[in-house]
Ligand binder design. Sequence first.
Ligand code: SAJ
Length: 447
Amino acid sequence: MQLLEAPSTPNSLESLKAKILDRTARVGVVGIGYVGLPLAVEKAKVGFTVMGYDRNPIRVDQVRAGLNYIRDVQDRELAEMVDLGRLNATTDFAEIAGTDVIVICVPTPLTPNLDPDISYIRAVGELIAQHVRPGQLVCLESTTYPGTTEEVLLPLLQRSGLRVGEDVFLCFSPERVDPGNARYTTKNTNKVVGGVTAACLDAGGCFYEQTIADVLRVSSPRVAEMTKVFENTFRAVNIALVNEMTMLCNRLGISMWEVVDAAATKPFGIMRFDPGPGVGGHCIPLDPFYLAWKAREYDFAVRFIELAGEINIGMPSYVCDKIRHALNDRRKTVRDAAILILGVAYKRDIDDCRESPALKIIDVLARDGANIEYHDPHVPSLTDHHGRSWHSVPLSQETIESSDCVVIVTDHTNVDYERLTKHAKLIVDTRNATRATRNGAKNVVLL
Ligand code: SAJ
């Protein structure tokens, strides 16, 4: 779809850009989570006055008190922005309705049958539409299927009678946050932005260029939406490929871990992915299904997405089979076995358990009658899918030695794998975390 060519009224676009350039533009961020809070702090740091909006009063109170709750945000920077009066938060949408730039960073989950749930986007769109005024820029950042901005948000804004591209401006710019990545942050990860009209794109590009050096302006919101879901589909498919190759290599008596290391020496034409116990987080397991859902509307089956999902979703069960066979080889059953799950976060060195494979592995082992404990230095406690509370146990010598099987599900760096390898009866290592310490030990079984 080509950009609509509605000419913008010079005063609205130019005055908005002038406010952005001289930092008098007030910014509203809807959703101050792992995407919204880093964005809010970065905008405040370059001089904007930012108001975060969230339905969660705890988050709002923490921001107001200058207390950080997102690991990728520097505590000191958030506190400083709050002290300077550049960053605030509210649970009252009316307090951000009048801002000049509204950035939407709300969740885009899936329904139980893997259909997109854009109810959060729609709800915010309705709120914005009730308050929208001339001169505003609305940017959607939530990962979603191509078409959401123009099919869902655009009609809502147009309901106000304002002309999108003349009075009010609408863009899509995907978030590219990699939780726990210290090298690439909201500040230095280049940005893609697509506008409903040329003027929308001009306003959106101008806004993001105030905090990010490399902003790529694309021809439409759909291109920007598709870019994001393609990026995450690329990851999901390649993770599934390495997982499927691991299952094959197990039958061939080949270590896929050694194959991955060897293949990674090729300086071109390949990108490293590692086998794992499954795919967690709130992006990779979900986003590709947004694209698959939209494709079905066009009678198109994205078979890679379906197959990758099938393989990745099946990995926790594969891990449980590995555990079952490893115990069986030692004349033990899963039933009544003392099993320690080491690492429950969905990936290393973070504290997020959403969609974590560990939770699925715990479900299966508990159903089979195992006595389960977990240790995760980043996750002191958690509530599983059944509402049951768990608490991380200390990784003591006694805990290690008394476990019939230690399952490394997340390879946090701050764990003593040498001590673990030395004292555990049996380790099922789904992350090759013991590569430097097992030295041919017979008590370690790799995925
Ligand atoms: N995983 C593997 N093998 C791999 C890579 C990942 O098993 O080789 C697993 C991880 O353990 C984890 C899951 O897949 O359980 C997802 O890991 P991830 O790092 O791909 O996903 P996220 O959700 O933490 O962050 C990703 C971003 N990560 C990277 O690009 C490295 C990026 O794709 C997106 O910006 C982000 O999702 C998002 O918000 O969409």
